[in-house]
Ligand binder design. Structure first.
Ligand code: DGJ
Length: 720
């Protein structure tokens, strides 16, 4: 018999019934492999249960009539073929024009304690597909991906993959379903929306070749009852940085599910005989403790299993973009660098404008050598001085882009996405280099290696400033548009090589702000530039959306000038700092215009940030009050060991009304006492979460904010 304290295996299989139980820390996922029917049926995803129960659970089906797909909504990986009428995860076209598939089960292959693969193939045609399930340790996120294999010979011809999802995630029966996702645009990322999931298909995605500002590859589902702290919620995401699609399906019979995959309609992949294709990983989590817990579960997963250096605290950076725009020079950057160092910045990032021909956004992309007039001695003297000032040196690059007015485009006009008979669409005056072509990625890798090595670069801000158009000419034929998924793979290869060659190098992903934020890019970068909108009030909404899936420790946020250059809003320095201190603090204002008083206040706030940084960047985040839903917005972080808590409170718009009620905190130990570092008062965790933290008076007027630090009091001290 199993010892009571022996850890349960995360994958358990009952051979007789064909039941596979995936066990996360707080949930269970059960499938049943029916060899006779050639099907993998979904049984359960939710509260934990033992294998003994899992084997007995009935498999739900639709009403069996001649108009129904009996297993629609509960097949683990529905294909196009047979009596299936829901959203297919897999749809193909064989060389003879035929599409329908007829799956048969080959085997259930338990790869490891945490990894099982169900192998399927078509009954007669040369296609096999393997469903991978993995249960990463310590948490509730499940990983799924699929591999396709052309098992035939030249005589069979190519197979076109029309839909090639990573996974279908079936959800249980509920009387209603609600879906949450973010939408927006450039400078307005992360707008969270939760609405009824109508019966039918709801699609979110990107047809842009990159992750997108307009949507982000995740969707949260609940029965319409969950809030931050209570209720069941399911969260599905896709780790991809290319074109993608999530289709949430709500069947008339009350089932819901999400099909998550790369690509979109019209973006087809060709499998030659013997070839295989592997999808990106789709991630999903169930929790019984609300939408806040769903986010924390994902944050924990990303930190534990995805980020390359989760143990490192992100430095306080200074970035030149809003201060000097394209007009960078060795002289003006040195002035900024000295001021940034005085404030306590640890990393100085030289943004756009440093390279040949780059006087504005019309020229230069592609020619990655220093601008001869602005940096006549090259970049090294600036880098050396930055290092001497005690900061790391960072550099902006946009390797996937080219201006038509550049040496690179003149020598390699065919390297860009283009179609011979179509006018090339320039956006921001630039064209996209085709990173699915090895000669292009080799070129990028070569100059990046040189620039990093020659200039002692510690950090790259990797930008990407336009969406794809005219994509796919170089591979004539039916899958010409595969660049929509292959470009991101080329990008990943370059990033992976670069990180291997320069293990000290840290990278910030950026795509005109938050256009490339996803679990795929986060496996290869250290933080992301959240938005080009640095208005501290707008930013609260953007950050709220960001936090739904991604942790504060990767959310780069700068304090810039007031009035804000984008919105014209006047915001006190303290509020600007408090807004940016909710993530990875950076400074992006023109420090030559800040008064001595402002510089002194900023230096003090940087010092406070460094004190709270481990709690913010590596702690658990609780969204106490969402921006826009009441007079205040508030976020709380609790350190990993539970010893510290930090609360940030903002009031963007003042209004006449009663005094503010106490703020009920979360994630504290009810039995412990916590001393507020600002007031010196000690409170029990139970009081802070039950009654709430009495808030200090906020200064009058719009854009008022406060920061509260709490420290757990040791036994002896608490009695004092
Ligand atoms: C877009 C980025 O988001 C900005 O921060 C800045 O780097 C510009 N590109 C530079 O062109």
């Amino acid at each position: 018999m199993m010892k009571p304290d022996a850890p349960l295996a995360s994958v358990e299989i009952d051979e007789v019934s064909g039941t596979v139980l995936l066990r996360t820390t707080h949930s269970a996922y059960v499938v049943r492999v029916d060899r006779a029917a050639g099907m993998v049926r979904h049984v359960h995803w939710g509260a934990p249960l033992p294998l003994a129960d899992a084997v007995m659970l009935p498999v739900w089906s639709e009403h069996d009539n001649s108009f129904a797909g009996r297993w629609d909504g509960v097949e683990e990986y529905p294909v196009d073929g047979g009596a299936r009428f829901g959203v297919p995860a897999l749809e193909v076209r064989f060389a003879d024009g035929s599409s329908p598939l007829e799956p048969t089960v080959l085997e259930v292959d338990r790869r490891a304690d945490d990894h099982v693969v169900v192998r399927l193939r078509d009954r007669t045609r040369p296609l096999a597909w393997f469903l991978h399930y993995r249960v990463p340790a310590d948490g509730d996120v499940l990983e799924r991906w699929t591999e396709f294999q052309h098992t035939g010979t030249d005589a069979d011809g190519d197979i076109l993959l029309l839909r090639y999802a990573s996974a279908h995630w079936p959800l249980p029966h509920r009387p209603a379903w609600r879906a949450g996702s973010v939408h927006g645009g450039w400078c307005s990322e992360g707008r969270l929306e939760r609405s009824v999931l109508p019966v039918g298909e709801t699609v979110i995605g990107s047809r842009r070749g990159h992750t997108g500002h307009h949507a982000n590859p995740w969707i949260a589902l609940d029965a319409g009852e969950a809030d931050e702290e209570h209720g069941e919620a399911w969260l599905v995401a896709l780790a991809t940085s290319g074109t993608w699609r999530l289709t949430a399906q709500h069947t008339a019979a009350g089932r819901a599910g999400v099909v998550a995959g790369e690509g979109h309609e019209g973006i087809e992949l060709r499998l030659a005989p013997g070839a295989s294709h592997r999808t990106p990983v789709s991630l999903a989590l169930h929790t019984g403790h609300g939408l806040g817990q769903a986010s924390r579960g994902f944050h924990h997963y990303l930190r534990t299993h995805v980020l390359p250096h989760p143990e490192e605290l992100r430095p306080v950076l200074y970035n030149s973009w809003e201060a000097t725009s394209f007009e960078v020079s060795e002289d003006n950057q040195l002035v900024l660098a000295r001021r940034a160092a005085d404030l306590g910045a640890e990393l100085f990032v030289l943004d756009d404008g440093w390279f040949r021909g780059r006087d504005d956004d019309r020229a230069g992309l592609g020619d990655w050598t220093p601008h001869p007039e602005r940096f006549p001695r090259g970049l090294r003297p600036l880098a050396d001085e930055v290092h001497r000032l005690g900061m790391a040196f960072g550099l902006w690059v946009e390797p996937e882009m080219v201006n038509a007015d550049s040496g690179l485009f003149r020598s390699h006009p065919d390297w860009v996405l283009h179609l011979p008979d179509r006018t090339p669409t320039e956006l921001r005056n630039q064209l996209v280099l085709d990173f699915s072509r090895p000669e292009v990625t080799e070129w990028a890798l070569a100059w990046l290696r040189e620039v990093v090595a020659e200039n002692a670069v510690d950090f790259l801000k990797w930008d990407f400033n336009r969406a794809f158009t005219e994509a796919g000419v170089h591979t004539a034929g039916p899958d010409a548009r595969r660049v929509h998924v292959e470009h991101a793979r080329g990008l990943y290869r370059v990033l992976d090589h670069l990180r291997t060659d320069f293990p000290h190098l840290r990278i910030e992903a950026c795509a005109g702000g938050g256009g490339r934020v996803d679990a795929g890019i986060l496996a290869r970068t250290d933080q992301v530039w959240t938005s080009d909108n640095t208005d501290a009030v707008d930013r609260l909404t953007i950050q709220h959306g960001f936090s739904q899936l991604y942790p504060a420790g990767v959310m780069s946020a700068w304090v810039t000038d007031s009035p804000n250059p984008l919105t014209g809003r006047v915001v006190p320095l303290r509020f600007r700092f408090h807004s940016a201190m909710a993530g990875v603090l950076g400074i992006g204002g023109n420090l030559t215009r800040w008064t001595d008083t402002e510089l002194a206040e900023a230096a003090e706030l940087v010092r406070v940030y460094k004190d709270i940084r481990p709690v913010v960047q590596q702690g658990c985040q609780y969204r106490l009050l969402a921006p826009g839903e009441g007079p205040l917005a508030a976020v709380q972080y609790v350190s990993e060991d539970g010893g510290r808590a930090v609360v940030l409170v903002w009031r963007s718009n003042t209004a006449f009304g009663p005094p503010l009620p106490p703020l009920r905190l979360r994630g504290l130990d009810g039995e412990a006492r916590y001393r507020c570092e600002e007031t010196g008062l000690a409170w029990s965790g139970a009081t802070l979460s039950g009654f709430g933290l009495p808030l200090p008076d906020l200064p009058p007027g719009d854009c008022a904010s406060t920061l509260v630090r709490l420290r757990r009091v040791e036994e002896a001290d608490s009695r004092a």
